[in-house]
Design a protein around this ligand. Structure first.
Ligand code: GAR
Length: 207
């Protein structure tokens, strides 16, 4: 059984999608053993508590820089014996020292079709604001492995979502979550836990 550690910073709807998938038996071969939040008091922590999942808060604000923070996260991941680390709305970029310790064992859900609207500064609602500004007719979500390049790691799954002419960033965000993120994140986690993901030359193959 693989230990899944989920990193969060906010509302935790993607964490909820993972919990729901786990409880309906959709994630074979893995279990969410810990939730780590970069912020105290966020609703994601309530979700973990409701489902008796151990949670830790490691506040980003208490660390001087990214390296110091990343060392604290790495230490926690090692203590939790993580086999898979999932960024589920985790809004902090970690230093490569963490990524190097977990090669192709960390995944992130991003609310756009990478390589569009991604990279440093593209997170949360901002991604949907930019998609609407550009007038794209299709957007979506991507689950990818985390590497030292922000949002640049090998793509595991993607799902497209149509943009409507009267969308606001909030409405589009909700549709992307419902139709794409909450579906592909549990699926990607499940594939990983069943050892069905293989990376060759930066391309993910599903076995
Ligand atoms: C989600 O839309 C997630 O894709 C996005 O933040 C939201 C978090 O929601 N993540 C990023 O933008 C990371 N670059 P949640 O806390 O309800 O899961």
């Amino acid at each position: 059984m693989k230990n899944i550690v989920v990193l969060v910073s906010g509302g935790g709807t993607n964490l909820q999608a993972l919990i729901d998938a786990q409880e309906s038996g959709l994630i074979q071969g893995g279990k969410i053993t810990c939730v780590i939040s970069s912020k105290p008091g966020v609703y994601a922590l309530e979700r973990a508590k409701k489902h008796q999942i151990p949670a830790r808060v490691i506040p980003r604000k208490e660390y001087a820089d990214s390296v110091a923070y990343s060392k604290a996260i790495l230490c926690a991941l090692q203590e939790e014996k993580a086999d898979l680390v999932v960024y589920a709305g985790f809004m902090t970029i970690l230093d490569e020292l963490v990524v190097k310790a977990y090669p192709y064992q960390m995944m992130n859900v991003h609310p756009a079709l990478i390589p569009s609207f991604c990279g440093k500064g593209y997170y949360g609602l901002r991604v949907h604001e930019e998609a609407l500004k550009k007038g794209v007719k299709l957007t979506g979500a991507t689950v990818h492995f985390v590497t030292e390049v922000c949002d640049g790691g090998p793509i595991i799954l993607q799902k497209a979502v149509e943009v409507q002419s009267d969308d606001t960033p909030e409405i589009l965000q909700k549709r992307v979550m419902e139709q794409a993120e909450w579906k592909i994140l549990p699926k990607a986690v499940s594939l990983f836990c069943e050892d069905r993901l293989e990376v060759k030359n930066d391309i993910v193959y599903i076995k």
